[in-house]
Unconditional design. Structure first.
Length: 168
C-alpha cells in the first residue's frame, strides 16, 4: 500500500503559514511604509502639463515645522534614500566633509532647497529626447531637516513637458 500525502490539519497549516510569513516579511518591505502621504500636494504644474521656462513649481503642504523642515527638490535625478544626507549627491570623497557641499553644488547636481512651498526653475537638465518625442522632466520633492538629512520615506513627484520653443 502506498502512503498518501501527510495531512497537517488546520493547526499545522496555520502554523506553516505563520512560519512562511515570518520568514518572508522582512524581505518584502524592508521596513518601508507603502501608504499615501497626503501632507503635500503638488499644485502646479499638473502631471504632464506643457510648460515653458522658467518652470514654476508650487505645492501645498501641511507639514509640522518642529523641528524645522525644508523641502529638497530633485529634478530629473533620484532622491537620496530615507535618512540619508543631501551631501551624498556629491559622492564619497566630498560627502563626509560638511564644508565641501553647499547649495550651489547641490544646484549643479539638479537638487534645490526650498524653505517655502514653491520653487522657480530657470533652467532644466538637457535630456536630449529623440526627435519627435516630448521633453519630459520630473521633479521629486522630499522633506529634509536643518542638517539636510532626509526625513521619512515620503516623496511627491510630478512629470511635466518642456515646450521646445521655450528652450534657448
Amino acid at each position: 500500500m502506498i502512503a498518501g500525502p501527510r495531512r497537517f490539519g488546520r493547526r499545522g497549516t496555520a502554523l506553516a503559514g505563520l512560519v512562511v510569513t515570518a520568514l518572508l516579511a522582512p524581505a518584502c518591505g524592508g521596513g518601508l511604509l507603502f501608504a499615501k502621504d497626503s501632507r503635500l500636494t503638488i499644485d502646479s504644474p499638473r502631471d504632464l502639463q506643457p510648460v515653458s521656462l522658467p518652470v514654476h513649481l508650487r505645492w501645498t503642504a501641511t507639514v509640522r515645522r518642529s523641528p524645522p523642515a525644508q523641502y529638497a527638490v530633485f529634478v530629473d535625478v533620484l532622491p537620496v534614500h530615507p535618512g540619508q544626507n543631501l551631501r551624498a549627491v556629491a559622492g564619497s570623497r566630498c560627502a563626509g566633509v560638511p564644508s565641501c557641499v553647499d547649495e550651489a553644488l547641490l544646484n549643479r547636481h539638479s537638487v534645490y532647497l526650498a524653505r517655502e512651498p514653491r520653487l522657480d526653475l530657470e533652467t532644466l537638465p538637457i535630456l536630449g529626447p529623440p526627435k519627435g518625442e516630448p521633453d519630459v522632466h520630473q521633479a521629486t520633492i522630499v522633506l529634509v531637516d536643518a542638517n539636510w538629512r532626509r526625513l521619512g520615506e515620503s516623496a511627491w513627484r510630478v512629470n511635466f513637458v518642456l515646450r521646445r520653443d521655450s528652450t534657448p
